[in-house]
Design a protein around this ligand. Structure first.
Ligand code: ADP
Length: 201
């Protein structure tokens, strides 16, 4: 059996990358969710100690875990701190992803990388195909302000640290228009998944 294709999902913040990845999970793919993996990594004792060593106790919250908002405030204000954090976390996240993909078998339709920084962290080179999730900025903004409790300023400053969206779109092999109901989106995703599997068969 050929190993399943590796598919990366890219797009702006709040475009629906995780939503599309979940749909692919339901279609029989294994999904590595970089945000979820990083959240687990941030609970590791050695990682907590390293970060507290850099930034002090202010990043610890009362429940003994790291305060992710405090960390976001540091790294989205200072590029060198963000790079330092990414250099620590990305290799650990990559290891987790490899472990998650290692359970693939003949029923696995594809291996999905849902990583907001797919291109920035070089994970794109692993991918057999890349899907760009396309949604107008106003729609993304409305979704993110509602679901994440961010301000528009927060959305823009985070997005400014990422690779420009038009370049991400150009790097992609397929585009999903994530507007309208999820049924219509699922149909697009199914078609693309079939096409990728056919191309690589
Ligand atoms: P990303 O992973 O790209 O940041 P998410 O998948 O988390 O984006 O989606 C951002 C928000 O938009 C979530 O609250 C999600 O439920 C919502 N959302 C995603 N796709 C749709 C859609 N087609 N219709 C309505 N809401 C959506």
């Amino acid at each position: 059996m050929n190993s399943p294709p590796i598919i990366g999902i890219i797009g702006g913040i709040g475009s629906g990358k995780s939503t599309i990845a979940n749909i692919m999970g339901e279609l029989g793919c294994i999904v590595a969710d970089a945000d979820a993996n990083i959240a687990i990594i941030l609970q590791q004792k050695d990682v907590q100690e390293q970060l507290t060593g850099w930034w002090g106790d202010a990043i610890n919250s009362e429940d003994g875990l790291l305060d992710r908002q405090a960390i976001a405030d540091i790294v989205f204000r200072d590029d060198s701190e963000r790079v330092r954090l990414e250099d620590l976390l990305h290799p650990l996240a990559r290891k987790m992803q490899e472990k998650q993909f290692s359970v693939a078998d003949s029923s696995t339709k594809a291996l999905i990388i849902d990583a907001p920084l797919l291109i920035e962290s070089g994970l794109d080179v692993l991918c057999d195909a890349i899907i760009f999730v396309d949604v107008p900025f106003e729609t993304r903004k409305a979704r993110v302000l509602q679901s994440r409790n961010w301000t528009e300023q927060e959305l823009q400053s985070r997005e400014a640290t990422q690779y420009p969206l038009d370049k991400k779109r150009k790097r992609a092999d397929y585009v999903v228009i994530n507007e309208g109901d999820l049924g219509a989106v699922t149909l697009q995703v199914k078609k693309i998944l079939d096409e990728i599997r056919r191309q690589l068969a």
